[in-house]
Design a protein around this ligand. Structure first.
Ligand SMILES: *Cc1c(COP(=O)(O)O)cnc(C)c1O
Length: 233
């Protein structure tokens, strides 16, 4: 991991500036795009430095690694948001329901039901995004567009969860124009669900390489790792 603690604050500033510029281009308000700092493989120290620079929402991929960091940063717990963005197996749902604020990678009802049942009642409902497979055959995780409406309705009805929106991890594309296509499809699906009465407010799409096309297509949350913390080893 090439985290240079000294460059995190400046990197955050530059990423925020990229978001602001993309917003200006498409006449959106920068305050409508949340930056999720993806801290997977980074030490807790790096998260603390980003937090001190004003960053509050952090994304993690691996449950065990995240739990260690959440523990190491327990003094910040009331002022930090932890998002699980990586795959979640059913034997890990209990610790996730207890430790996280958000899960972006739900793509099956069984996982959602477990998270809802296991969410401690003294905590607010766990915020959920459904991961959508925007590339069809090319990718294995994520619900496909056909199955999405039924899954969304079922998840929205679970008492321990609050369905917030949709998330995607598109295949890399060669040009900014090509990068917009899967983001556009996800936005369409999101608007359809909203028209059907689901109170969604989150489109989690765009990473270091494609945050601008994602913002132009309506992302409300971009998940940025390497542009903030450096290339992962
Ligand atoms: C690692 C990861 C990111 C961040 O990717 P970068 O290219 O480092 O910005 C975003 N979302 C998910 C789901 C990831 O696994």
């Amino acid at each position: 991991m090439g985290t240079n603690l000294g460059s995190i604050a400046e990197n955050l500033r530059q990423v925020r500036q990229r978001i602001d510029r993309a917003c200006t281009e498409c006449h959106r308000l920068p305050s409508h795009v949340t930056l999720l700092a993806v801290s997977k493989t980074c030490p807790a120290e790096a998260v603390r430095v980003a937090w001190e620079a004003g960053q509050r929402a952090f994304g993690e991929n691996y449950v065990q690694e995240a739990l260690q960091k959440i523990g190491a940063l327990a003094d910040l717990r009331a002022q930090i948001e932890w998002h699980l963005i990586g795959p979640l197996q059913s034997n890990k749902t209990r610790v996730v329901a207890e430790a996280f604020d958000w899960v972006h990678s739900v793509d099956r009802l069984k996982i959602a039901e477990r998270l809802s049942d296991q969410r401690p009642t003294h905590l607010p409902p766990l915020n959920i995004c459904l991961q959508v497979n925007v590339d069809g055959e090319a990718s294995k995780s994520g619900v496909d567009f056909e199955a999405l409406p039924a899954l969304a309705r079922s998840v929205a009805a679970l008492p321990g969860l609050r369905l917030r929106g949709l998330m995607s991890i598109p295949q890399p594309a060669p040009s900014p124009e090509a990068q917009r296509e899967p983001h556009r499809r996800l936005h369409e699906a999101y608007e359809q669900l909203r028209q059907q009465g689901l109170a969604l407010d989150t489109l989690s799409m765009g990473m270091s390489a494609d945050l601008e096309p994602a913002v132009v297509e309506g992302a409300t949350m971009v998940r940025v790792g390497s542009a903030i913390f450096g290339a992962r080893g």
